[in-house]
Design a protein around this ligand. Sequence first.
Ligand SMILES: [Zn+2]
Length: 314
Amino acid sequence: MPTGLVYHPIFLEHDTGRMHPECPERLRAILKRLDADGLRQELAAIPPREAERVWLERVHTPRHLRDLRDGVAMAGERLCYLDHETPVSSASESAALSAAGGALAAVDAVLDGSVDNAFCLVRPPGHHAEPDRIMGFCLLNSVAIAARYLQHRHGIRRVLIVDWDVHHGNGTQAAFWTDPSVFYYSIHQYPFYPGSGGPMEVGGGEGGGTTLNSPMDRGCGDGDYLDELEKVLLPAAEAFRPEFVLVSAGFDAHAADPLGDMRMTADGFRRITELVRGLAESTCGGRLVSVLEGGYDLEALGASAAAHVRGLLK
Ligand SMILES: [Zn+2]
Protein backbone atom coordinates (compact mmCIF):
# COMPACT_ATOMS: atom_id res chain seq x y z
CA MET A 1 0.00 0.00 0.00
CA PRO A 2 1.26 3.46 -0.81
CA THR A 3 1.78 6.61 1.17
CA GLY A 4 -1.06 9.12 0.86
CA LEU A 5 -0.79 12.82 0.04
CA VAL A 6 -3.47 15.30 1.05
CA TYR A 7 -3.50 18.40 -1.13
CA HIS A 8 -6.04 20.84 -2.61
CA PRO A 9 -5.69 24.25 -4.31
CA ILE A 10 -7.85 25.81 -1.57
CA PHE A 11 -4.68 25.86 0.55
CA LEU A 12 -3.17 28.41 -1.86
CA GLU A 13 -6.11 30.77 -1.33
CA HIS A 14 -5.34 31.57 2.32
CA ASP A 15 -3.79 34.97 1.55
CA THR A 16 -1.35 36.38 4.12
CA GLY A 17 -0.27 39.40 2.11
CA ARG A 18 3.04 40.40 0.61
CA MET A 19 6.26 39.45 2.40
CA HIS A 20 4.60 37.12 4.93
CA PRO A 21 6.76 34.00 5.46
CA GLU A 22 3.71 31.71 5.69
CA CYS A 23 2.78 32.09 2.02
CA PRO A 24 1.17 29.95 -0.72
CA GLU A 25 4.55 29.63 -2.45
CA ARG A 26 5.54 27.22 0.33
CA LEU A 27 3.17 24.57 -1.00
CA ARG A 28 4.07 25.27 -4.60
CA ALA A 29 7.76 24.77 -3.74
CA ILE A 30 7.02 21.39 -2.15
CA LEU A 31 4.85 20.21 -5.06
CA LYS A 32 7.51 21.30 -7.53
CA ARG A 33 10.16 19.33 -5.67
CA LEU A 34 7.93 16.22 -5.32
CA ASP A 35 7.32 16.36 -9.09
CA ALA A 36 10.99 16.96 -9.93
CA ASP A 37 12.03 14.00 -7.78
CA GLY A 38 9.37 11.73 -9.27
CA LEU A 39 7.81 11.25 -5.84
CA ARG A 40 4.33 12.62 -6.44
CA GLN A 41 3.41 9.79 -8.80
CA GLU A 42 4.24 7.30 -6.05
CA LEU A 43 1.73 8.89 -3.67
CA ALA A 44 -1.99 8.18 -3.44
CA ALA A 45 -3.97 11.41 -3.64
CA ILE A 46 -6.34 11.91 -0.73
CA PRO A 47 -8.86 14.73 -1.25
CA PRO A 48 -9.53 16.80 1.86
CA ARG A 49 -12.97 17.77 3.09
CA GLU A 50 -13.93 20.61 5.37
CA ALA A 51 -13.75 19.37 8.96
CA GLU A 52 -17.20 19.08 10.50
CA ARG A 53 -17.95 21.47 13.38
CA VAL A 54 -18.45 18.61 15.85
CA TRP A 55 -14.73 17.75 15.55
CA LEU A 56 -13.57 21.37 15.73
CA GLU A 57 -15.51 21.75 18.98
CA ARG A 58 -13.64 18.82 20.51
CA VAL A 59 -10.60 21.15 20.61
CA HIS A 60 -11.69 24.76 20.11
CA THR A 61 -14.17 26.91 22.03
CA PRO A 62 -17.21 28.42 20.30
CA ARG A 63 -15.60 31.84 20.82
CA HIS A 64 -12.46 30.74 18.95
CA LEU A 65 -14.53 29.51 16.02
CA ARG A 66 -16.58 32.73 16.07
CA ASP A 67 -13.40 34.88 16.11
CA LEU A 68 -12.19 33.07 12.99
CA ARG A 69 -15.51 33.47 11.20
CA ASP A 70 -15.81 37.16 12.18
CA GLY A 71 -12.23 37.89 11.10
CA VAL A 72 -12.77 36.29 7.73
CA ALA A 73 -16.05 38.18 7.30
CA MET A 74 -14.23 41.46 7.98
CA ALA A 75 -11.45 40.68 5.53
CA GLY A 76 -12.32 41.98 2.10
CA GLU A 77 -9.96 43.97 -0.01
CA ARG A 78 -7.69 44.10 3.02
CA LEU A 79 -6.50 41.35 5.32
CA CYS A 80 -7.79 41.14 8.89
CA TYR A 81 -5.19 40.44 11.61
CA LEU A 82 -6.33 38.02 14.32
CA ASP A 83 -3.05 38.33 16.20
CA HIS A 84 -0.16 40.64 15.36
CA GLU A 85 1.32 38.23 12.82
CA THR A 86 -1.71 36.15 11.80
CA PRO A 87 -3.73 37.71 8.99
CA VAL A 88 -6.79 36.17 7.36
CA SER A 89 -8.37 36.72 3.98
CA SER A 90 -11.81 35.82 2.65
CA ALA A 91 -10.78 32.21 1.85
CA SER A 92 -8.94 31.57 5.13
CA GLU A 93 -11.77 29.86 7.00
CA SER A 94 -12.35 27.45 4.14
CA ALA A 95 -8.60 26.76 3.89
CA ALA A 96 -8.29 26.16 7.64
CA LEU A 97 -11.37 23.89 7.68
CA SER A 98 -9.91 21.94 4.75
CA ALA A 99 -6.50 21.70 6.43
CA ALA A 100 -8.10 20.16 9.51
CA GLY A 101 -10.43 18.07 7.34
CA GLY A 102 -7.45 16.94 5.29
CA ALA A 103 -5.93 15.47 8.42
CA LEU A 104 -9.25 13.71 9.14
CA ALA A 105 -9.38 12.31 5.60
CA ALA A 106 -5.81 11.06 5.97
CA VAL A 107 -6.69 9.36 9.25
CA ASP A 108 -9.66 7.66 7.55
CA ALA A 109 -7.46 6.46 4.68
CA VAL A 110 -4.88 4.95 7.04
CA LEU A 111 -7.53 3.25 9.16
CA ASP A 112 -9.48 1.84 6.21
CA GLY A 113 -6.23 0.40 4.88
CA SER A 114 -6.14 2.29 1.60
CA VAL A 115 -2.74 3.78 2.51
CA ASP A 116 0.01 2.83 4.97
CA ASN A 117 0.62 6.37 6.14
CA ALA A 118 0.05 9.87 4.80
CA PHE A 119 1.49 13.39 4.57
CA CYS A 120 -0.90 16.36 4.63
CA LEU A 121 0.42 19.16 2.46
CA VAL A 122 -1.80 21.84 3.95
CA ARG A 123 -1.82 25.43 5.17
CA PRO A 124 -2.47 27.37 7.34
CA PRO A 125 -0.42 25.49 9.95
CA GLY A 126 -1.98 24.65 13.32
CA HIS A 127 0.24 23.85 16.29
CA HIS A 128 0.28 27.34 17.87
CA ALA A 129 -3.54 27.55 17.84
CA GLU A 130 -4.73 27.00 21.41
CA PRO A 131 -8.26 25.88 22.30
CA ASP A 132 -9.30 29.52 22.72
CA ARG A 133 -6.59 31.48 20.90
CA ILE A 134 -5.60 32.09 17.28
CA MET A 135 -1.83 32.59 17.24
CA GLY A 136 1.43 32.40 15.32
CA PHE A 137 0.14 31.92 11.73
CA CYS A 138 -2.20 29.18 13.07
CA LEU A 139 -6.01 29.28 12.91
CA LEU A 140 -7.24 25.76 13.73
CA ASN A 141 -5.08 23.09 15.37
CA SER A 142 -5.40 20.38 12.72
CA VAL A 143 -3.29 17.79 14.54
CA ALA A 144 -5.18 18.24 17.82
CA ILE A 145 -8.51 17.96 15.97
CA ALA A 146 -7.28 14.78 14.26
CA ALA A 147 -6.32 13.30 17.64
CA ARG A 148 -9.84 13.87 19.00
CA TYR A 149 -11.34 12.48 15.79
CA LEU A 150 -9.25 9.33 16.14
CA GLN A 151 -10.60 8.86 19.64
CA HIS A 152 -14.24 9.80 19.20
CA ARG A 153 -14.89 8.68 15.62
CA HIS A 154 -12.61 5.65 15.42
CA GLY A 155 -12.35 4.44 19.02
CA ILE A 156 -8.57 4.83 19.18
CA ARG A 157 -7.63 5.10 22.85
CA ARG A 158 -4.06 6.40 22.91
CA VAL A 159 -2.63 8.89 20.42
CA LEU A 160 1.00 10.01 20.26
CA ILE A 161 1.76 13.41 18.74
CA VAL A 162 5.38 14.05 17.71
CA ASP A 163 6.11 17.72 16.92
CA TRP A 164 9.49 18.49 15.36
CA ASP A 165 8.73 22.01 14.15
CA VAL A 166 11.52 24.35 15.36
CA HIS A 167 8.93 26.18 17.48
CA HIS A 168 7.20 24.65 20.48
CA GLY A 169 3.59 23.64 19.77
CA ASN A 170 2.00 25.55 22.64
CA GLY A 171 -1.47 25.04 21.21
CA THR A 172 -1.25 21.26 21.04
CA GLN A 173 0.33 21.12 24.49
CA ALA A 174 -2.50 23.24 25.92
CA ALA A 175 -5.18 21.07 24.28
CA PHE A 176 -3.96 17.88 26.00
CA TRP A 177 -2.24 19.21 29.14
CA THR A 178 -4.49 17.29 31.57
CA ASP A 179 -5.31 14.38 29.26
CA PRO A 180 -3.40 11.11 29.74
CA SER A 181 -4.83 9.61 26.53
CA VAL A 182 -2.90 11.91 24.18
CA PHE A 183 0.89 12.00 24.59
CA TYR A 184 2.39 15.26 23.30
CA TYR A 185 6.13 15.23 22.55
CA SER A 186 7.93 18.26 21.14
CA ILE A 187 11.55 18.83 20.15
CA HIS A 188 12.26 22.50 19.46
CA GLN A 189 14.65 25.40 19.80
CA TYR A 190 14.53 26.82 23.33
CA PRO A 191 14.35 29.49 24.57
CA PHE A 192 12.51 30.73 21.50
CA TYR A 193 9.07 31.70 20.21
CA PRO A 194 6.45 31.12 21.62
CA GLY A 195 8.26 30.91 24.99
CA SER A 196 6.77 27.63 26.21
CA GLY A 197 8.27 24.13 25.97
CA GLY A 198 10.64 24.07 28.92
CA PRO A 199 11.79 20.81 30.49
CA MET A 200 9.50 21.19 33.51
CA GLU A 201 6.37 21.27 31.34
CA VAL A 202 5.18 17.66 31.66
CA GLY A 203 1.39 18.01 31.82
CA GLY A 204 -0.87 18.45 34.81
CA GLY A 205 -3.54 16.58 36.78
CA GLU A 206 -4.30 13.20 35.24
CA GLY A 207 -2.16 14.27 32.26
CA GLY A 208 0.97 14.61 34.37
CA GLY A 209 3.68 12.70 32.50
CA THR A 210 2.03 12.61 29.07
CA THR A 211 3.52 15.88 27.91
CA LEU A 212 7.24 15.73 27.19
CA ASN A 213 9.50 18.46 25.87
CA SER A 214 13.00 18.32 24.44
CA PRO A 215 14.19 21.93 24.52
CA MET A 216 17.29 22.21 22.32
CA ASP A 217 20.03 24.83 22.13
CA ARG A 218 20.26 26.85 18.95
CA GLY A 219 22.67 25.41 16.41
CA CYS A 220 21.65 21.74 16.80
CA GLY A 221 21.85 19.53 13.73
CA ASP A 222 20.83 16.09 12.46
CA GLY A 223 22.93 14.12 14.94
CA ASP A 224 21.63 16.08 17.93
CA TYR A 225 18.04 15.54 16.85
CA LEU A 226 18.50 11.82 16.21
CA ASP A 227 20.28 11.32 19.56
CA GLU A 228 17.58 13.18 21.47
CA LEU A 229 14.73 11.33 19.76
CA GLU A 230 16.36 7.97 20.43
CA LYS A 231 17.16 8.78 24.03
CA VAL A 232 14.00 10.63 25.06
CA LEU A 233 11.13 9.99 22.63
CA LEU A 234 11.56 6.27 21.90
CA PRO A 235 11.46 4.94 25.49
CA ALA A 236 8.58 7.25 26.44
CA ALA A 237 6.58 6.31 23.36
CA GLU A 238 7.18 2.60 23.82
CA ALA A 239 5.94 2.85 27.41
CA PHE A 240 2.85 4.80 26.30
CA ARG A 241 1.96 2.23 23.60
CA PRO A 242 0.21 4.55 21.12
CA GLU A 243 -2.46 3.19 18.81
CA PHE A 244 -1.82 5.94 16.26
CA VAL A 245 0.99 8.43 15.65
CA LEU A 246 0.41 11.98 14.41
CA VAL A 247 3.33 14.18 13.40
CA SER A 248 3.43 17.98 13.41
CA ALA A 249 5.95 18.13 10.59
CA GLY A 250 7.56 21.55 10.46
CA PHE A 251 10.77 21.94 8.50
CA ASP A 252 11.95 25.25 9.99
CA ALA A 253 14.80 23.55 11.89
CA HIS A 254 16.60 23.40 8.52
CA ALA A 255 19.92 25.29 8.45
CA ALA A 256 18.65 27.63 5.72
CA ASP A 257 15.43 28.59 7.47
CA PRO A 258 15.09 32.34 8.06
CA LEU A 259 13.05 31.94 11.28
CA GLY A 260 14.89 29.13 13.10
CA ASP A 261 18.54 28.92 14.20
CA MET A 262 19.07 25.17 13.83
CA ARG A 263 21.29 23.25 11.41
CA MET A 264 19.19 20.35 10.22
CA THR A 265 19.55 19.10 6.64
CA ALA A 266 16.91 17.67 4.32
CA ASP A 267 18.44 14.23 4.77
CA GLY A 268 18.16 14.70 8.53
CA PHE A 269 14.41 15.06 8.10
CA ARG A 270 14.39 11.76 6.18
CA ARG A 271 16.22 10.10 9.05
CA ILE A 272 13.97 11.44 11.80
CA THR A 273 10.97 10.46 9.67
CA GLU A 274 12.31 6.91 9.45
CA LEU A 275 12.87 6.87 13.19
CA VAL A 276 9.29 7.93 13.91
CA ARG A 277 7.93 5.59 11.22
CA GLY A 278 9.86 2.76 12.89
CA LEU A 279 8.32 3.75 16.21
CA ALA A 280 4.84 3.63 14.65
CA GLU A 281 5.61 0.23 13.11
CA SER A 282 6.79 -1.23 16.41
CA THR A 283 3.86 0.14 18.43
CA CYS A 284 0.79 0.51 16.21
CA GLY A 285 1.20 -1.27 12.89
CA GLY A 286 2.78 1.78 11.24
CA ARG A 287 -0.35 3.94 11.52
CA LEU A 288 1.00 7.46 11.01
CA VAL A 289 -0.27 10.74 9.59
CA SER A 290 1.97 13.81 9.32
CA VAL A 291 0.73 17.35 8.85
CA LEU A 292 2.81 20.25 7.53
CA GLU A 293 3.48 23.00 10.06
CA GLY A 294 6.34 25.52 9.46
CA GLY A 295 9.29 25.79 7.08
CA TYR A 296 10.02 29.14 5.43
CA ASP A 297 13.01 28.85 3.08
CA LEU A 298 11.32 27.68 -0.10
CA GLU A 299 14.24 25.65 -1.46
CA ALA A 300 15.02 24.01 1.88
CA LEU A 301 11.32 23.39 2.55
CA GLY A 302 10.86 21.63 -0.79
CA ALA A 303 13.92 19.45 -0.25
CA SER A 304 13.01 18.67 3.37
CA ALA A 305 9.40 17.78 2.61
CA ALA A 306 10.54 15.54 -0.26
CA ALA A 307 13.01 13.85 2.09
CA HIS A 308 10.19 13.41 4.61
CA VAL A 309 8.07 11.71 1.93
CA ARG A 310 11.00 9.41 1.11
CA GLY A 311 11.12 8.48 4.77
CA LEU A 312 7.42 7.61 4.76
CA LEU A 313 7.58 5.46 1.63
CA LYS A 314 8.46 1.82 2.16
ZN1 LIG B 1 7.66 26.71 13.28
